[in-house]
Design a binder for this molecule. Structure first.
Ligand SMILES: CC(=O)N[C@H]1[C@@H](OP(=O)(O)OP(=O)(O)OC[C@H]2O[C@@H](n3ccc(=O)[nH]c3=O)[C@H](O)[C@@H]2O)O[C@H](CO)[C@@H](O)[C@@H]1O
Ligand SMILES: C=C(OP(=O)(O)O)C(=O)O
Length: 417
């Protein structure tokens, strides 16, 4: 199992390019199932989750052709096996995103329930409830969701909570349904908007993406299209935090602050200077950060996917911060590992109270999930001496060439097998 070995204490400096967004790319890859014509995608990140999704699509009969360094053409005209087997689904929650498109295009789907991820139970009841409202017959048996519908029918759906992949799945199901679907309490995340833009380019009729009411008028068929995946706002935020924590100065390119208001505001509250350009962001860290409290919530509020990284920066800031996690019930697993490096963190239910310390010391720590791993990388970059992060396969799900990008910013980091 790969490890990352970091010798901390160097401020990050320089320029690095941000990759395409994992959480936009995954649903958009699934959108290829909705048409018999080629979908051409660019700015795809090279990540384990993307390879897993491509394997899943390929075994369903989708032809995948490389198209340049970060491009692919997906052709689902030969789609013949609307099945997502456990083996491919177990490592990646987002595989549930094939459910909506498969039922819409094939009239049937069998999708293994995605593996229980460490950050919480993560049920898919809202995905199922929405498909049932659209007339699908859905059963859950032996770990598989089996959904059937000759043709889905437009419906009014109000999800019990804001769900990102739930909104995406139902939006993809609705584009080929008979009549109008209204999704209320829809997720407003930028990745939902990126998916909607791609679907519209394919001929879908969607309005309201980016608000909490999305209207979709179903069409008979969709066509091929070309779409560029949006930049990864969480990767962007993670590198900003790494620069902030190490007292560095960086410029991130091929990205934008447009979808990062909540994160940028907190970094400015922490004392960072941030300058936003059209396709780039510059950050200059202060001598010492100020502690910043935060509460995670659906977009446009502070993203849960940035919570762990802010725990790391608060660990070395001046003062006491309270971090409240409201989305996932088990997303503080990085706290114990950060404490191994000398952080002072107390967990009280869904609150973490972080008291900034003067210094962290390198140690061996274990990555427990994707963003937890990112927080350990940030802490390792700050800590005196050597930090070894075990189980970085989590990190490889969501950060493209992380050691190369960090090295470009002057970090002393290497991968060991
Ligand atoms: C691939 C992808 O885009 N992943 C993101 C997506 O995950 P994902 O889409 O899985 O997260 P959701 O927005 O669905 O989850 C929000 C909350 O709703 C609950 N819930 C969700 C669906 C459902 O049917 N029933 C239910 O109870 C979840 O357990 C969680 O407590 O949004 C999360 C919240 O911003 C991010 O952390 C993930 O990075
Ligand atoms: C939790 C995440 O991903 P996933 O939903 O794919 O597990 C994430 O991107 O932080």
């Amino acid at each position: 199992m790969d490890k990352l070995i970091i010798t901390g204490g160097m401020p990050l400096a320089g320029e690095v390019a941000v990759s395409g967004a994992k959480n936009a790319a995954l649903p958009i890859l699934c959108a290829s199932l909705l048409t018999a014509e080629p979908l051409q995608l660019t700015n795809l990140p090279h990540l384990n989750d993307i390879s897993t999704m491509l394997r899943l699509l390929a075994q369903m009969g989708v032809e995948v052709t490389l198209d340049g360094p970060a491009g692919l053409v997906l052709d689902a005209k030969g789609l013949n096996n609307p099945l997502a087997p456990y083996d491919l689904v177990k490592t990646m929650r987002a595989s549930i995103l094939v459910l909506g498109p498969l039922v819409a295009r094939c009239g049937e789907a069998r999708v293994s329930l995605p593996g229980g991820c460490a950050i919480g139970a993560r049920p898919v009841d809202q995905h199922i409830k929405g498909l049932q409202a659209m007339g699908a017959e859905v059963t859950v048996e032996a770990g598989y969701v089996h959904a059937k519908a000759k043709r889905l029918k437009g419906a009014r759906i109000c999800t019990d909570m804001v769900t990102v992949t739930g909104t995406e799945n139902l939006m993809m199901a609705a584009v080929l349904a008979d009549g109008e679907t209204i999704i209320e309490n829809a997720a407003r995340e930028p990745e939902v908007v990126d998916l909607a833009n791609c679907l519209v380019a394919m001929g879908a009729h969607i309005s309201g993406a980016g608000t909490d009411v999305i209207r979709i008028r179903g069409v008979e068929r969709l066509s091929g299209a070309a779409h560029r995946i949006m930049p990864d706002r969480i990767e962007t935020g993670t590198y900003l935090c790494a620069a902030a924590a190490t007292g560095g100065e960086v410029r991130l390119t091929q990205t934008s602050a447009a979808y990062l208001d909540a994160v940028v505001d907190k970094l400015m509250d922490a004392g960072c200077d941030i300058v936003t350009e059209r396709d780039a962001i510059r950050l200059k860290a202060p001598q010492r950060l100020k502690a910043v409290s935060l509460r995670t919530a659906p977009y446009p509020a502070f993203p849960t996917d940035m919570q762990a990284q802010f725990m790391a920066i608060n660990a070395v800031a001046d003062g006491v911060a309270t971090i409240r996690e409201t989305i996932f019930e088990n997303r503080f697993m990085h706290a114990n590992e950060l404490m191994r490096l000398g952080a002072d963190i107390q967990i009280e239910g869904s609150n973490a109270i972080v008291r900034g310390v003067d210094r962290l010391e390198g140690a061996t720590v274990m990555a427990t999930d994707l963003r937890a791993s990112a927080s350990l990388v940030i802490a390792g970059l700050v800590a005196q001496g050597e930090t070894t992060i075990d189980r970085i396969y989590h990190l490889d799900r969501g950060y493209e060439r992380i050691e190369e990008k960090l090295a470009k910013l002057g970090a002393r980091v290497r991968r060991a097998h």
